[in-house]
Design a protein around this ligand. Structure first.
Ligand SMILES: Cc1cc2nc3c(=O)[nH]c(=O)nc-3n(C[C@H](O)[C@H](O)[C@H](O)COP(=O)(O)O)c2cc1C
Length: 346
């Protein structure tokens, strides 16, 4: 099974769904001694297969395939649907976009998405928002694939450990992107990455990977000193030349630091941390449909914003410390992180 101590640099480049991950980014990280990841939550089996094959052609290092564990969801009553549509339709953005309520199925079939994983066997398989069917964990193990589960609390980590996970990604409240809580309606303990890592290291018997606002080698050293076996960095990789983040996303990460990053449910229906923009402000207190129905409903709006390079209506997922994002290519970022880590630990 996967051995984190064999990594020449204990870094997982975070899975980031939505076109950010790609074979170039993942393979550069993996070739530099870390783990390159893919957020495949919304990807078709064909795309997953293509990405895994293309990445394997570029690296022999470890690859991580990541999926969301979607919970069954139903459309709310008609009046609520109409209200939610009206909210998105009345946003003050220039340009045409079509807002409609999606039809079931509201999310991809994970068993189908996993076919290419079983065929191409990346070293690691991770899940966000919960635990996959136990048969999936068993199948992964039978193929020698290590399974990781995101946890935001000790309770979730314990459930992951009991289900047979090989490691836990301890996601702190500072982390960019979707909060990985199994049930977002439960109370959020909002622990920092370091506090959560220490809590899990003290109470779990499987390895813990720290995630959340880890931006340089000093932060990685702090995560390791807290007992983590590795650090998972998302935001730090967004401005890499290889990253598929949109030009506006990169521009806001590098130059819009006063805004800060905040949680919103407006884009997808689940809490996610991103750079504060007009969309997030306009959606405060407004009707939002359940995840991922809201995500599908806002797709055409987000695509329009992408086409017109309008950062005010894109989901600019970013961790709390995004002002420290560096504009380096992945190889140079990995080199810088390695050097900083070495100095911090010596
Ligand atoms: C743009 C973006 C997209 C993300 N997408 C995913 C995802 O698809 N799956 C997942 O498990 N985590 C996802 N995350 C969360 C990361 O795994 C990780 O928890 C987070 O990036 C750590 O915080 P940082 O961004 O401050 O480094 C995403 C994060 C970002 C910034």
């Amino acid at each position: 099974m996967f051995n984190f101590s064999k990594l020449s640099i204990p870094i997982i480049q975070a899975p980031m769904a939505g076109g950010i991950n790609n074979p170039r980014l993942a393979s550069q990280v993996s070739n530099a001694g870390g783990v390159g990841s893919f957020g495949f939550s919304y990807s078709t089996p064909q795309k997953i297969s293509e990405d895994l094959v293309a990445t394997r052609a570029l690296t022999n290092g470890p690859i991580n395939a990541n999926f969301f564990v979607f919970s069954p969801v139903e459309l709310p009553e008609q009046a609520i649907q109409e209200k939610a549509i009206e909210v998105i339709q009345s946003l003050p953005i220039e340009g045409e976009y079509l807002v409609s309520i999606p039809e079931a199925p509201f999310y991809p079939d994970i068993e189908e998405q996993l076919h290419p994983v079983w065929e191409h066997c990346p070293e690691i398989l991770t899940f966000h928002f919960g635990i996959p069917p136990l048969s999936v964990i068993e199948k992964a193990h039978s193929l020698g694939i290590a399974v990781g589960i995101t946890a935001t609390s000790l309770k979730e980590a314990k459930v992951g450990e009991k289900a047979g996970a090989d490691f836990i990604v301890a996601q702190g409240i500072e982390a960019g992107g979707h909060r990985g809580m199994f049930n977002p309606d439960e109370e959020d303990e909002k622990l920092s990455a370091i506090d959560l890592t220490k809590l899990l290291v003290g109470n779990c018997s499987i390895p813990i990977v720290a995630a959340g606002a880890i931006m340089d080698g000093i932060d990685i050293a702090n995560a390791l000193k807290s007992g983590a076996v590795a650090a998972q960095l998302g935001t730090a990789f967004l401005c890499c030349e290889e990253s598929g983040a949109s030009p506006a996303h990169k521009e806001y990460l590098l130059n819009h630091h006063i805004r800060g990053s905040v949680f919103t449910t407006g884009f997808s229906g689940r809490p996610a941390r991103g750079i504060n923009n007009e969309f997030i402000r306009m959606m405060e207190g407004k009707m939002v449909l359940p995840f991922p129905i809201q995500n599908t409903m806002t797709t055409s709006l987000r695509h329009l914003a992408g086409r017109t390079n309008n950062g005010e209506y894109q989901s600019l997922w970013a961790g709390e410390d995004y002002s420290r994002t560096r504009e380096l290519n992945a190889q140079n970022l990995m080199l810088a992180l390695k050097e900083e880590l070495f100095i911090a630990l010596s």
